[in-house]
Write a protein that binds this ligand. Structure first.
Ligand SMILES: CC(C)(COP(=O)(O)OP(=O)(O)OC[C@H]1O[C@@H](n2cnc3c(N)ncnc32)[C@H](O)[C@@H]1OP(=O)(O)O)[C@@H](O)C(=O)NCCC(=O)NCCS
Length: 166
């Protein structure tokens, strides 16, 4: 399996994969593929990584610029999606490892909204005071690369449609 940057010929497969994988999540809005397309159109895909196996896109991870409170320089990870038929084969872990390796060279830290039971293994944790309006506090998680505790609202790119201050 190969983790690499997206190319133009992956774009349809990425949209399909994100829609199929996220469909399984109760909190899915069905808009996730559109968010990736808007991030791409606005030049805000800091990372757009695909996992390729035997010529097929089987996993995908996006990262985009974000703020926590008044601190810019965070990498917001999401969506992360693996083809349902390929779950539990280490693909999500491989995408995350590569994303964190790259973000460490460019960002203050990584942040995401997701199931803490999955993301704790990568070092993500919820911090008191780091929030996203309308989200339970435990799903809003960060991984500060300098170990300094972040404070404030996790502000996503407008492509996420969260109606936040930017
Ligand atoms: C979450 C997801 C990306 C994990 O990808 P994956 O390639 O199956 O993950 P890996 O094989 O690297 O890791 C699998 C491990 O994570 C665990 N895991 C997967 N999803 C989990 C969850 N929501 N909560 C807790 N553990 C989870 C598996 O049980 C497995 O544990 P094990 O190694 O102890 O058996 C994938 O299940 C997926 O695409 N899900 C639907 C979309 C989604 O939830 N995206 C994340 C939120 S945006």
């Amino acid at each position: 399996m190969l983790i690499r940057n997206e190319t133009a010929s992956d774009i349809r497969a990425i949209s399909h994969l994100v829609t199929e994988a996220l469909r399984m999540l109760a909190q899915s809005t069905g808009t996730e593929a559109g968010i990736v397309e808007r991030l791409r159109a606005e030049g805000a895909l800091a990372l757009s990584l695909v996992a390729e196996d035997e010529g097929r896109v089987v996993g995908y991870l996006a990262a985009s610029p974000a703020w926590i409170g008044d601190q810019k320089g965070w990498g917001l990870i999401g969506p992360l999606a693996v083809l349902p038929s390929r779950h539990r084969q280490g693909i999500g872990t491989a995408l995350m490892a590569e994303a964190l390796r790259r973000l460490r060279t460019t960002c203050k830290g990584a942040a995401l909204v997701g199931d803490p039971a999955y993301y704790v293994r990568f070092g993500f944790q919820a911090f008191p005071g780091v929030s996203v309006a309308g989200c339970p506090p435990e799903v809003v998680q960060a991984l500060p690369f300098d170990g300094i505790e972040p404070h404030g609202e996790l502000i996503h790119h407008p492509a996420f449609g969260l109606d936040q201050r930017v």
